[in-house]
Design a binder for this molecule. Structure first.
Ligand code: HEC
Length: 119
């Protein structure tokens, strides 16, 4: 019983810190111990699938044009500064709450940009 209580307290602390969960998921794919990428994130493989719905609105009338085939060249370099998510208008817009993307997707976009925003 005491153990159960301790476990619940630990889970509670973890949830309240909110970072534990996402950190532990993302650690393996972004960095190994020397900080180098172990898995490359690319637009076509990783970002396009989560940006599919964006073209409902960004269909050529609203910048950036995120229709399939146009999206990458609309975003890079105008909205994406390769290797620097923190200054990239795309990332800043999304972390500001545009479309309420879950943290795990924001982290993926950040990783993509910080790795050089490969197509
Ligand atoms: C429901 C419609 C809608 C959807 C879906 C949508 N957007 Fe937008 N987006 C807009 C509108 C309207 C604006 C312009 C107003 C503003 O800046 O919020 C905008 C602005 C932006 C901007 C800033 C453009 C600029 O020149 O300042 C970016 C970047 C952006 N959206 C990216 C995205 C991405 C990436 C997605 C998908 C994850 C997405 N949007 C999904 C409606 C949408």
């Amino acid at each position: 019983m005491k153990k159960l209580f301790q476990t619940l307290v630990i889970i509670g602390i973890c949830l309240s810190l909110d970072s534990c969960y996402y950190d532990s998921i993302y650690e393996p794919i972004t960095d190994d111990n020397d900080g180098s990428a172990i898995e490359e994130v690319t637009y076509n493989n990783d970002i396009a699938p989560i940006f599919g719905f964006c073209s409902n609105c960004h269909d050529g009338g609203q910048n950036p044009d995120l229709r399939e085939g146009n999206a990458y060249s609309s975003l890079v370099p105008t909205y994406v500064t390769a290797f620097d998510a923190e200054v990239s208008p795309l990332y800043l817009k999304l972390i500001d709450g545009h479309q309420n993307l879950p943290a795990i997707r924001l982290e993926l976009v950040k990783t993509w940009i910080d790795q050089g925003a490969k197509e």
